[in-house]
Design a protein around this ligand. Structure first.
Ligand SMILES: Nc1ncnc2c1ncn2[C@@H]1O[C@H](COP(=O)(O)OP(=O)(O)OP(=O)(O)O)[C@@H](O)[C@H]1O
Ligand SMILES: [Mg+2]
Length: 302
């Protein structure tokens, strides 16, 4: 098991795994921690969300795939933000799930270990490792769940999102023989249309039944703000950075309205502000929960 590692885990696509991971990484790094993101998704979404997809050191997952095959080390993209580094994923990871699958057939109890060993080559310097996965269950999921310390389960308000949490809980049970340290930190709800509390309330009840008080559901649910989310993605920034940009843009626009000189400054959407507040509240609680579980873990292993 890789200490101080968290995966936002869901087998349902599009529930916000990568977006939550990006926000978690940026906020944790802002708090004076050294953070590393590891993208195991062939889509390489984190490269877009964090804006490193155009970086010279971004290799589409080639060095990560090579390291899992025991050929070299994963390449680290340094200083994606102050205190935040990244190992990029992308199309070069194609084939790595099959490779891990073959390893798992040959050695069911340890075939995933080349993934853990690949990360052990580079993780020494970091306070937190965040791993992002593709949605479809595969040997990549087995490898990541066998390696990581904590899972956070994101869901949407609909029943399909909650089914995804139920499925993750069943996988969690299956994987514990490979990784007895694996823990569920929390469930985080998202993509909630805050014009009506109905969806969130119904989903909250369904989750309460399912989780039976074993795992906390954090509040608030991350609101739906599609135009702002699209604009953030286009710019490769999180809601925290988008909110700061909105403040600057407003001042620039007021100045431009007074003088009307030069091109009009680009508009930045105000809805990023609410999104930043949601992420801030949820991730602060998650940090507390993480610190509490880490202390309990360290007490156990001491
Ligand atoms: N608060 C939000 N409001 C509206 N749309 C959002 C919000 N957060 C993220 N999105 C959008 O939802 C989509 C899915 O988000 P994301 O890629 O993070 O999910 P995912 O679970 O990682 O998906 P995948 O299963 O494909 O890896 C993206 O298009 C993203 O821009
Ligand atoms: Mg994703």
């Amino acid at each position: 098991m890789l200490p101080a590692s968290i995966c936002w885990y869901a087998t349902k696509g599009g529930v916000g795994k990568s977006t939550h991971t990006a926000h978690h990484a940026v906020l944790t790094a802002t708090g004076d921690n050294r953070v590393l993101t590891v993208d195991l998704d062939h889509q390489g979404s984190l490269g877009r969300l964090l804006g490193y997809a155009e970086h010279d050191d971004y290799d589409g997952g080639a060095s990560l795939a090579g390291a899992i095959r025991r050929q070299g080390e994963p390449r680290i993209i340094k200083d994606v933000r102050p205190g935040l580094d990244a190992i990029g994923g992308g199309p070069e990871l194609a084939g790595i799930a099959d490779y891990l699958g073959q390893q798992l057939v040959a050695r069911p109890g340890s075939g995933w270990k080349t993934f853990e060993e690949a990360l052990e080559l580079v993780v020494g310097d970091y306070d937190l490792i965040l791993i992002d996965l593709p949605p479809t269950p595969s040997p990549l999921h087995t490898a990541a769940l066998a390696t990581v310390h904590y899972l956070v389960l994101p869901t949407t308000t609909d029943s399909l999102g909650i089914d995804g949490v139920a499925f993750a809980l069943s996988l969690f049970g299956e994987i514990r023989h490979l990784n007895p340290h694996l823990e569920l930190l929390a469930v985080v709800g998202g993509l909630w249309d805050n014009r009506s509390s109905r969806g969130r309330d119904d989903a909250g009840r369904e989750l309460a039944d399912l989780l039976d008080g074993q795992v906390p559901v954090l509040e608030p649910w991350i609101r739906l703000a599609k135009p702002a989310a699209d604009d953030m993605l286009r710019r490769g920034i999180t809601a925290f950075e988008y909110e700061a940009l909105a403040g600057d843009a407003k001042a620039a626009r007021l100045q431009w309205l007074r003088t009307r000189q030069g091109p009009a400054p680009e508009r930045v959407l105000d809805s990023g502000r609410g999104l930043a507040a949601d992420y801030h509240a949820v991730l602060s609680q998650l940090a507390d929960r993480y610190a509490e579980r880490q202390l309990a873990y360290l007490d156990r292993v001491r």
